[in-house]
Design a protein around this ligand. Structure first.
Ligand code: ADP
Length: 372
């Protein structure tokens, strides 16, 4: 009997140890599970897990967002039924067949146009492929920035090349003998001078833009009277406006002060006013006035010029965007002015915009926060 009791005690104690061990393991597994969930839920990449038959086993919230689906509706069903995307289904099939990692960049048009980098890895159990793990990274923004950079470099090269080709052509003609003809050579030199000015303007605009965009810029904010600055800028265009019979009027409260970087606001006004003159008709008008809004001042430069077609308005503040490239070049434009303006005003926590009717004129405006 004693012996039996001792045996029972040992069995009970063994059982208790086993239960304790099991509890520990269950706790560890639960902790591990929570950790896995936290990682998956906080990932910016979409993660989808499928089994060896391509049935969806799991997915994280980012994957739900990308495909605009709900986890509970897709668990346990075939991938292609859950996600109508043949490209990804093909990648999964390939991974399940060859058991190797497959990476591919895909353009998805559903549920919206986006570019994704898809990495698919096989999962093994006892040496046999038993699933596939998809990691989907949204690279739309990166690709967009790359395209913008490529376009910018192409635009800059093109803009620099045009005057340079012309300068080289005229210099060669002069060297080949045109120099002997005094009248012609003076004309050629004037053209070369014009193109050099254009190169200079373009390089200055590019330097301005890169300085402003670098965000290293420090604004020297000061309080100043707006009407005084507008008057100075308008005076600078006097000979141009006189020559073309354009009337420039401004109507600003004499005491209206703003807190801003004066030289930068001058750059903005010069750009708006010079455009209002450049793209105006002879004997037209330019009007500069302000409107007091709830928490900001709106400054408007209105003209009676060519106006801007509605389809061009949304892009008019983009770098190098011009309605009529040839006309802008002929008038000495670089296509960078408005994008510089936009950056300057945004640095001042304001905004820019335009209202325009083709053939009638435009109203370019910017806002500056009120003095407090
Ligand atoms: P640009 O050096 O070509 O003038 P901007 O960036 O200042 O460059 O302007 C971009 C384009 O916007 C111009 O080429 C022109 O087509 C259009 N634009 C700007 N201001 C006006 C205006 N007041 N009236 C008509 N078109 C304008």
């Amino acid at each position: 009997m004693k012996l039996f009791n001792a045996g029972l005690k040992k069995t009970i104690s063994d059982l208790n140890s086993a239960i304790e061990l099991l509890n520990k393991r269950i706790n560890n597994l639960e902790d591990e599970n929570i950790r896995m969930h936290t990682i998956l839920n906080s990932m910016v990449e979409g993660v989808i897990l499928v089994d060896a038959d391509s049935r969806v086993l799991s997915l994280n919230p980012t994957a739900e967002n990308i495909f605009n689906i709900s986890k509970k509706n897709v668990l346990g069903i075939f991938f292609l039924e859950a996600f109508p995307n043949n490209d990804i289904a093909e990648i999964i099939a390939q991974v399940l067949k060859i058991g190797e990692v497959v990476s591919r960049e895909l353009v998805l048009v559903w549920p919206m146009q986006k570019v994704f980098q898809v990495n698919a890895s096989p999962l093994f159990k006892s040496g046999i492929i038993n699933g596939c793990l998809l990691v989907i990274h949204d690279i739309t923004e990166i690709r967009l920035l790359e395209t913008m950079r490529r376009d910018f470099v192409a635009n800059v090269s093109h803009e620099l090349k045009t005057p340079l080709t012309s300068i080289k052509g005229f210099v060669e003609t002069l060297l080949e003998g045109a120099m002997e003809d005094k009248e012609n050579s003076i004309n050629f030199l004037k053209i070369i001078d014009n193109h050099t000015d254009r190169l200079n303007t373009l390089i200055n605009d590019l330097l301005d833009l890169s300085h402003i965009e670098s965000k290293e810029i420090v604004l020297n904010k000061d309080k100043f009277v707006l009407a005084g600055l507008v008057n100075e800028v308008v005076m600078g265009f006097k000979s141009q406006t006189k020559k073309r019979g354009i009337e420039v009027k401004f109507d600003l409260p004499p005491g209206l002060e703003i807190l801003a970087d004066k030289s930068k606001i001058e750059q903005v006004l010069v750009n708006f006013i010079s455009n209002a003159i450049k793209y105006n008709k002879d004997k037209g008008f330019v009007r500069i006035y302000s409107e007091q809004l709830a928490d900001k001042i709106k400054i408007v430069v209105e003209d009676s010029g060519s106006g801007i077609p509605a389809k061009d308005i949304p892009r008019i503040f983009e770098r190098f965007y011009r309605v009529d490239k040839a006309r802008s070049r002929e008038l000495g434009g670089t296509g960078l002015g408005l994008s510089i303006v936009k950056h300057i005003i945004e640095l001042h926590s304001g905004s820019v915009g335009v209202e325009s009717v083709e053939g009638l004129g435009s109203k370019f405006w910017f806002t500056i926060p009120n003095l407090i």
